[in-house]
Design a protein around this ligand. Structure first.
Ligand SMILES: [Zn+2]
Length: 454
C-alpha cells in the first residue's frame, strides 16, 4: 500500500490512481529567467523520487512539467517587475533568448542530479492558444470580468476557493499581508489576472479576444496540465510556497471551467533553509548547482543530502552538512559486492520488503536510506538505486576502493600531506600517481583517483 500526505485533506491517504497501473502527475516547472538555485532543485529531486517510487511499484507514470517562458511578475499576486524582462536587461539579450538559455541550464542541472527527464515539458509560449480557450470557457461560465488592465478571475464566484490553503480571507485582508495586493481594477483582493492587457512595452504579446496582451502565470499550469493529463488527474506536486496563491488559483480556474475535480492528490515539498531564511531567487544571493560543482562537490552528494530529509520537513543547508553527505555517499559507494550480507534469497526478499514499505509510507526516503546503510548490501543498494538515483553501480565500479592497494595508499598519503599543507610532498605524490596512469582530482572528501582512459 502506498500512502501520501494529501495537502487537500492534511492527512495520510492511501494512493489509488484513477486508472489501474497508470499515474498522471503534474509538477510546476521553472521560470527560465535565471539559474535554478539549490532550493528549487530540492523540490525537483523530491518530485523525481515520487515518480521513481511509483515506477518501482509498477506504475506507468506520465510526468508533465511546464516551462514558464512567458514573462510574469515577481510576486505571485501579480506585482513587481517582470522576471523575464529583468533577466533580459541584466544580460543584454531578448527575453526569448533568456528563456532558451536558462531552459538549457535547467535540463543540464536535472541531468547532473540524475533527475529523470519528465515525459513532457511543454513551454508556455507554445500553449497560448489553449490558455485563451480556457479563459473563454471561464468567461462563458461567468467567472471573469474585464478591466483596462486585463481579464480577471472573480474568486467570489468560486465557493471553495479557500479550501486547499485553508485561507482566512477576512483575516488576510484585515492584516494586509504579502498575499493581498491593492490593484484598484480588482473587485476582490484575491482575484487574479488571466490575461494582461495594455502593457505595450512587454516584449511577449499575443492577439486575443480581449486585445493584445499576454497570459497570467496561473492559467498556464491549468491549460497545460489538462491538455496532457485530462480534466482530472492523479497527482500535482510543487513547493509549499505555491499552496496559498498559485495552486489555489489553479484549482479555482480549472474546476470553474470543467465542473469536475482538478487534482486528486496534492503533494508539497518543504523549503531548503539557508541560515534563518528560505533560499529565494529574488534575493540575488542564492547558491546554484554550478556553485557547488565549482567548490569541488559532486552534484549527487547534494542529491544524497536531500534524500536524508523528509520532503515535508525543512532542510537546513550548510557546507558542513554537504561535507557530511559527501563522506556518507563515499561510504555508500564503498559497499562491496563480495560477501554480501544478504546473499540468501530469503534475506534479500525480507530486507527489500522492509525498505519498500518505508518508501511507500508517505515517501519515507530518509528511513529507507537508513535501512540501506544498516544492511550495507550491494544487492540491496543496486536494487533501490531505481528510487535513490545515486548512479550506484556506475560509481561503485570506479570507487577508490577498487584501486590497487599501492595506489590507494598513495592517495591516502597525499591527503595526509595536504592536511599538513606539505605542498611539495603532495605534488610529488600527485606526479607519481600520474606516472602510474591515473587522473588525480580533489574533492571535499579528499583525493580522487581514476584510471586514465587510453
Ligand atoms: Zn504551476
Amino acid at each position: 500500500m502506498i500512502q501520501f500526505t494529501n495537502t487537500l485533506t492534511r492527512a495520510k491517504q492511501e494512493f489509488i490512481p484513477m486508472e489501474p497501473g497508470k499515474v498522471k502527475m503534474y509538477c510546476c516547472g521553472p521560470t527560465v529567467y535565471n539559474f535554478a538555485h539549490i532550493g528549487n532543485l530540492r523540490t525537483y529531486i523530491f518530485e523525481d523520487t515520487v515518480r521513481r517510487m511509483l515506477e518501482m511499484n509498477g506504475f506507468e507514470v506520465t510526468h508533465v512539467m511546464n516551462i514558464t517562458d512567458v514573462g510574469h511578475l515577481e510576486s505571485d499576486a501579480d506585482e513587481g517587475e517582470d522576471k523575464m524582462e529583468k533577466g533580459a536587461q541584466r544580460e543584454g539579450i531578448s527575453p526569448w533568448e533568456i528563456a532558451r538559455k536558462y531552459e538549457e541550464t535547467f535540463f543540464n542541472d536535472l541531468e547532473r542530479l540524475n533527475i529523470k527527464r519528465p515525459t513532457r515539458t511543454p513551454r508556455a509560449t507554445e500553449h497560448v492558444v489553449q490558455m485563451i480557450e480556457l479563459i473563454k470557457k471561464l468567461e462563458e461560465r461567468g467567472y471573469t470580468y474585464t478591466r483596462p488592465s486585463g481579464v480577471y478571475f472573480d474568486t467570489s464566484k468560486f465557493a471553495t476557493y479557500t479550501e486547499l490553503a485553508r485561507l482566512d480571507l477576512a483575516g488576510l485582508q484585515a492584516g494586509g499581508g504579502g498575499r493581498v495586493d491593492h490593484n484598484p481594477d480588482k473587485r476582490h483582493p484575491n482575484d487574479f489576472a488571466l490575461w494582461v492587457l495594455n502593457k505595450p512595452r512587454h516584449a511577449m504579446q499575443w492577439e486575443s479576444p480581449w486585445g493584445r496582451g499576454y497570459p497570467g502565470w496561473h492559467i498556464e499550469c491549468s491549460a497545460m496540465s489538462m491538455q496532457y493529463l485530462g480534466a482530472t488527474f492523479d497527482i500535482h506536486c510543487g513547493g509549499v510556497d505555491h499552496i496559498p496563491v498559485h495552486n489555489t488559483n489553479e484549482i479555482a480556474q480549472s474546476e470553474a471551467a470543467t465542473g469536475c475535480q482538478f487534482v486528486r492528490y496534492w503533494l508539497h515539498g518543504e523549503f531548503l533553509q539557508m541560515g534563518e531564511s528560505k533560499m529565494a531567487k529574488s534575493a540575488d544571493n542564492f547558491i546554484t548547482l554550478q556553485t557547488l560543482v565549482d567548490e569541488g562537490y559532486d552534484p549527487l552528494a547534494y542529491r544524497y543530502l536531500c534524500l536524508q530529509a523528509h520532503y515535508r520537513s525543512e532542510l537546513k543547508f550548510s557546507f558542513e552538512s554537504l561535507d557530511a553527505a559527501t563522506v556518507g555517499l563515499r561510504k555508500v559507494y564503498a559497499t562491496k559486492a563480495e560477501n554480501d550480507p544478504l546473499s540468501s534469497e530469503q534475506a534479500f526478499h525480507d530486507a527489500s520488503e522492509e525498505v519498500l514499505a518505508a518508501i511507500n509510507e508517505d515517501l519515507g526516503i530518509p528511513q529507507a536510506v537508513g535501512l540501506l546503510n544498516r544492511y550495507s548490501s550491494y544487492r540491496l543498494w543496486t536494487y533501490f538505486d531505481a528510487v535513490m538515483g545515486l548512479r550506484f553501480e556506475e560509481r561503485t565500479q570506479k570507487a577508490p576502493e577498487t584501486l590497487p592497494e599501492d595506489v590507494a595508499e598513495l592517495a591516502r598519503q597525499r591527503d595526509a600531506a595536504r592536511k599538513e599543507k606539505n605542498w611539495l610532498l603532495s605534488d610529488s605524490i600527485r606526479q607519481q600517481l600520474i606516472e602510474l596512469g591515473y587522473e588525480v582530482g580533489d574533492s571535499p572528501a579528499g583525493t580522487t583517483v581514476k584510471k586514465r582512459s587510453l
